[in-house]
Design a protein around this ligand. Structure first.
Ligand code: IVH
Length: 663
């Protein structure tokens, strides 16, 4: 009996590994997620009943284990060197000349790879089982991040090779989509954003709690195979191919170049295509292919002489800060924005850069008139990196005492980074509030964009978001360039927006710290808006997902007479104050959004009902906000969308598990 079980466990693991490889590494799944989950559940069941059968390389072990106290330092088997840089084509030519000279008359080839912008990491395997992962650290000693790396799907827990033990090195990166999603989520929860995917990857790998790493969707791309600190294959190209065969992720965008010209071509090609990649790169790495030749070329103290990093012009530029202005946001927060002498950065002309807040300006030591280094990176909005040289006529910037838009008082509360305009009637705040109210993810009033809102506010036609519901075709047609057809459309969209469910209405109010997720929790917990407006501070705090900061913000919001009036007007306008979709209080899937694709064993309708009955939401299309895509047999393009957005894809079995137990 036991022997049979052992066989089954072995079989299950083997099958699961194969399908993980097909799914996560080469992106060519052969079975549905439901089948995969079925197998995984069977394995999990057996392991739960027979803990003695659990092995560290079992596919069930990818769950973040317990948080640790600190990282253990580990020495590298051979130093993890860095690379010399070539900052332009001439420097790359010079590198090639050095190689040619050192190799005499011999021919040689280069392997060109993309230089991924992440963190380098070494992963060690014994008898094909993943045993340890170490960050680069100072190159000689790194940190043990084994438990964290175990949660990364493209780190195989078991591989196939004839080698007894080996080490692979590569780059851990966060895909842009996952990065954007993470930042959007952090912003909603009032946390600071990560500046770029690289920092986010670092912050996700070097955390003490592996379950955080597990939730962050990192990828590990390998480029190096070592056995006892030495290269194993005679050429780099072969070792890349071997890595791919062993089950590791190797970036497909690589080329074996016969000469410098082909290498340059590869560099140029990817410089123009870099924005199309799902991850960020900062250049190309060129390596002499033959390991024998590499050994003859040798190393300097810091870097190999057989490789070079051709760095793309950083998307940085130097320009002058001509002025600093403040923008007033929806919550009244003032954001200083640098007005720059226009400059081209990575093909885009930039004339503004965000400075975040006063503390940031102080940290930079920036004054108007200074020349500064600006950068475009993961974020769309360029930022000021540092002061390059102080201007000869410099002027200190101060946050105004009065709002530049309405003249109202500006206040900076203790413990806050931002100063705020406290005039709730401020046109700038009003403008941003309307845009927020009408935005796609909130009340979704198509047509109510920037230009229109500016006019509505300037002419005093909308003085509160509630005024939106008094707009008519006739009124709208008084505006510049507004035809009857567009006016009709907008009025119709306003009309439809009255049907939006309560969570959206709550979100639309624009209460600080209350984003989509919190709004959903509130609606579900309280069931109607009046229960929320009437709740005591204590009651609010007791609600799921509502911390003291959020509770305080909600409580104060509804104490303001002005906001009370707004709520009444929205009620009269016929907005939804009751939450009909409210299901079992605090169901296990509360706050989670699902998208269904492909054929499940239960009908779509049944799946939808069951998800909603425990608090989840089912959406028709995949977006950044989707938490899970449930894929059945023959999934459609939603599956591709899910991958593109970095949304987790699950099968029916996992869905059933979630329905029963939640996350
Ligand atoms: S090879 C001795 N290949 O760039 C050779 N490095 O600037 C060591 N990197 O520390 C590195 N993509 O973190 C190599 N395809 C690639 C790479 C790559 C990114 C990183 C790596 C390294 C740094 C050096």
């Amino acid at each position: 009996m036991k022997a049979k079980l052992v066989d089954e466990v072995e079989d299950l693991r083997k099958t699961l590994r194969r399908h993980e490889y097909l799914y996560y590494v080469v992106d060519r799944p052969e079975i549905s997620d439901a089948e995969y989950d079925g197998l995984m559940n069977r394995l999990r069941d057996i392991e739960t009943q027979h803990p003695e059968l659990v092995t560290p390389d079992s596919p069930t072990r990818r769950v973040g284990g317990k948080p640790r106290e600190g990282f253990v330092k580990v020495e590298h088997s051979s130093p993890m060197l860095s690379l010399d840089n070539a900052l332009n084509e001439d420097e790359l030519r010079a590198f090639d000349a050095r190689v040619r000279e050192a190799l005499g008359k011999e021919g040689y080839r280069y392997v060109a790879e993309l230089k991924l912008d992440g963190l380098s990491m070494a992963a060690r395997y014994r008898s094909n089982v993943f045993v340890q992962a170490v960050t680069r650290g100072d190159g000689r000693v790194g940190e043990d991040v084994t438990e964290n790396a175990r949660t990364i799907r493209s780190v195989p827990l078991r591989t196939t090779s004839a080698l007894d033990h080996f080490e692979v090195r590569g780059e851990t990166v966060m895909l842009r989509r996952a990065f954007e999603r993470l930042n959007a989520d952090r912003e909603e929860r009032g946390l600071s954003r990560f500046a770029n995917p690289r920092n986010a990857a670092a912050g996700s790998l070097r955390v003490l709690d592996p379950s955080i790493t597990a939730s962050r969707q990192l990828e590990f791309y390998t480029y190096y195979l070592l056995v006892d600190g030495e290269r194993y294959y005679p050429s780099h190209w072969e070792s890349l191919e071997a890595l791919a065969r062993m089950g590791f992720k190797v970036n497909a965008h690589r080329r074996l170049c016969q000469n410098l010209e082909e290498l340059l071509e590869f560099c140029r090609e990817w410089e123009s295509k870099r924005d199309d990649l799902p991850f960020e790169i900062d250049g190309v790495v060129a390596k002499v292919d033959s390991v024998a030749q590499q050994n003859r070329l040798g190393y300097t103290a810091k870097a190999p002489r057989w490789a070079i990093a051709y760095k793309y012009a950083a998307r940085q530029a130097v320009t002058t800060v001509e002025n600093i202005e403040v923008q007033v946001g929806r919550t009244g927060a003032l954001t200083p924005v640098a007005h720059l002498a226009p400059v081209v950065v990575g093909g885009v002309t930039v004339s503004r850069a965000t400075l975040h807040n006063e503390d940031e300006i102080a940290r930079l030591g920036l004054q108007i008139g200074d020349s500064v280094v600006i950068e475009r990176s993961g974020d769309v909005i360029p930022k000021v990196v540092r002061v390059h040289t102080q201007g000869s006529y410099r002027r200190r910037f101060q946050i105004p005492k009065h709002c530049p838009v309405c003249g109202g008082n500006i206040v900076r509360e203790e413990g806050e980074a931002a100063s705020r305009c406290i005039n709730t009637n401020c046109p700038a705040r009003l403008r941003e509030s309307i845009l927020h109210f009408a935005s796609r993810n909130v009340m979704n009033i198509d047509g109510l964009g920037d230009v229109l809102v500016d006019q509505l506010v300037d002419r005093g036609m909308v003085m509160s978001v509630a005024d939106i519901y008094d707009l008519t075709v006739e009124k709208l047609m008084q505006l510049d360039r507004m035809g009857k057809k567009s006016a009709n459309n907008i009025v119709r969209n306003i009309e439809t927006s009255r049907q939006n469910p309560l969570p959206r209405v709550i979100q639309a109010l624009g209460i600080r710290f209350v984003g989509e997720r919190t709004a959903l929790f509130l609606a579900d917990e309280f069931g109607d808006l009046d229960a929320i407006t009437g709740a005591s501070l204590d009651e609010l705090q007791k609600a799921e997902e509502v911390g003291p900061k959020v509770a305080e913000s909600l409580y104060q919001f509804f104490r303001e007479p002005r906001n009370q009036e707004l709520v009444e007007r929205l009620r009269s306008a016929g907005l939804q104050f009751e939450y009909k979709a409210r299901r079992r209080h605090g169901g296990p899937l509360t706050g989670l959004t699902f998208v269904l694709t492909g054929t499940l064993t239960m009908s779509r309708e049944e799946a939808k009902q069951r998800i909603e009955s425990v608090g989840g939401k089912v959406a028709g299309s995949v977006s950044r906000k989707t938490d899970f895509v449930v894929a059945g047999e023959d999934p459609g393009s939603k599956l591709d969308k899910a991958r593109e957005f970095g949304v987790e894809v699950i099968g029916e079995a996992r869905l059933l598990e979630l329905l029963a137990r939640g996350l």
